[in-house]
Design a protein around this ligand. Sequence first.
Ligand code: GLN
Length: 196
Amino acid sequence: MVTIGVLGLQGAVREHVRAIQDNGAEAVVVKKATQLEGIDGLIFPGGESTTMRRLIDLYDFMEPMKEFIAQGKPVFGTCAGLILLAKKIVGYEEPHLGVMDVTVERNSFGRQRESFEVDLDIAHVGEGYNAVFIRAPHIVDAGENVEILAKHDGRIVLAREGQFLGCSFHPELTSDNRLTGYFIKMVEESKDKQMA
Ligand code: GLN
């Protein structure tokens, strides 16, 4: 059994906990950096990336998170969480964690489409995945080691690079738990490798 942490500083935390538990894994709301020691994988929820960044700095999460990542443990960034992971953010000089080899653009689906739902076909996960977008970013550019898992309107909305999974939408807001399940499988595989 793996234990998945959900960064609990801001945003849609409780819904991620439910989606993890529905997949039969253990969920922990991470509010202190010391809790990172007890988890096998971490989810960054959606919310507001600039606010989340401020809280990450305020609660001294930056270095412990970088150490967590350096151990090779999987991280899933959803919506604002994807922005936290990206190496580049359009219009900004500096990234936040800057670990996943993608360029993201914030709020990139236009004001008239602040939020919407679509059915996506997701590689390795399945078809007809109900995705909820809320002031969503998208991936403008992806490095050569990044696997593109889903697109909407020709835009990359889900991608994986090794231990990192990032999506534009909110996988925790519907009862379709397949994408959270895919991340949990990533965490199980990574844990098996570390124990081998
Ligand atoms: N627009 C938010 C940001 O830029 C992300 C929105 C979300 O997470 N639903 O951080």
